[in-house]
Design a protein around this ligand. Structure first.
Ligand code: ATP
Ligand code: PAU
Length: 340
């Protein structure tokens, strides 16, 4: 049996791997999450994964308590190929060496690894132009299409990696790229601020809460300012958010008086909108026609991605030629949202 790719769930449990089981190990130690992939000869993974050469789902523990995890790591292989990415590969290199006797082969995730992923043909190979489905419950963005990406017409594009923070990279060719922008208001902001505001214990809980909320309870909308008319003259709709959390200014309420669901929803919309806007402006800045979004923040949340896409639909009259909103969800396909 050939090598298989295993995705390990670190969770809160100790993970024990032996050299016999693992031929290669790769870690991506980010600001919020550790992603781990290992190649095993005793494979029980699906043929699909082996064929694609990608992991199906690599969400693992948070990187906050990595020191504890390294100390309790039962594996001490030295001959295994060990590849690490992300800022943590640098930060924790000494700890890996001291505690585990492992010298890390470091690579900065952004952008070389991600670029390889985008270029990799298997990412797009099952993509169909015809496939469509209805996205609920968001009436404006009702159609999403899987799209075929022409590899010969890939560049230039903007890569927006939404992790703890957000990096925006202009990619001009196979190995030609430049980090052109970023924002500290990203996935870590949603998780961190959301935790403080709602007392949620986990990201999943916070995300789930946000799906049940109504942002209009706290956000000030254009219609709240203009009333029924007038806003169309400045190219806005009554439901566009004029000011995130703006209603809280004039209402005589404390945080506890708002439903945590609504707080979480406003936060998600605020952060996603901001990312959409900055991505959009950077695409305009460099005349880029295509934007890819990656990172675990949008991977996990359709709502976040929809909100980013909404930004595009709101301002589509400005740049009709811009293809906005290709989502990277490994190993599945790119999804393009189309306004109806
Ligand atoms: N199960 C999850 N647990 C925690 N955060 C999650 C989860 N799923 C998605 N996220 C979101 O993904 C973000 C982390 O994304 P990602 O793993 O791409 O970045 P990172 O590599 O940790 O950070 P960076 O690249 O900025 O160093 C979190 O801040 C959170 O918003
Ligand atoms: C620091 C990184 C690159 C770590 O991946 C990321 O979290 C990021 O791009 N933060 C935003 C930094 C800024 O541009 O303000």
């Amino acid at each position: 049996m050939g090598d298989g790719i295993q995705v390990a769930k670190l969770e809160e449990k100790e993970l024990r791997l032996s050299e016999d089981e693992v031929s290669h190990l790769a870690l991506d130690i980010g600001g919020s999450l550790i992603k781990m992939v290992y190649f095993s000869s005793s494979s029980s993974c699906s043929s699909d994964d082996q064929e694609n050469g990608f992991i199906r789902d690599g969400t693992n523990g948070s990187s906050g308590n990595l020191e504890y995890r390294i100390n309790s790591f039962g594996w001490s292989g030295t001959t295994v190929g060990k590849k690490t990415e992300g800022g943590g590969a640098f930060k924790f290199a000494d700890l890996f060496k001291e505690k585990l006797g492992i010298i890390l082969d470091k690579e900065i995730t952004l952008p070389p690894s991600l670029l390889k992923v985008i270029k990799h043909s298997s990412l797009w190979k099952n993509v169909s132009n015809e496939w469509q489905c209805t996205v609920k419950p968001l009436p404006i963005w009702t159609v999403k299409n899987y799209v075929q990406i022409d590899h010969k017409d890939l560049y230039p594009y903007l890569l927006v990696n939404v992790g703890s923070g957000v990096s925006m990279i202009k990619v001009d060719g196979d190995n030609e790229f430049e980090r052109v922008s970023g924002t500290s208001v990203g996935g870590g902001t949603f998780w961190g601020l959301g935790k403080l505001l709602t007392k949620c214990k986990s990201f999943d809980e916070l995300l789930e809460l946000s799906h049940q909320g109504n942002n209009r309870v706290i956000d000030m909308l254009v219609g709240d300012i203009y009333g029924g008319t007038g806003y169309s003259k400045i190219g806005l709709t009554s439901t566009t958010i004029a000011s995130s959390f703006g209603k809280a200014v004039s209402e005589n309420k404390e945080l506890e008086d708002y439903r945590t669901e609504d707080v979480a929803r406003s936060l998600l919309r605020m952060i996603s909108n901001n990312i959409g806007q900055i991505a959009y402006l950077n695409a305009l800045r460099f005349g880029l026609k295509r934007i890819f979004f990656g990172g675990f923040f949008i991977r996990q949340s359709d709502e976040a991605f929809h909100t980013i896409f909404l930004f595009r639909t709101t301002y589509s009259y400005l740049t009709p030629e811009l293809s906005f909103g290709f989502r990277l969800r490994l190993p599945s396909q790119a999804i393009k949202y189309t306004a109806t």
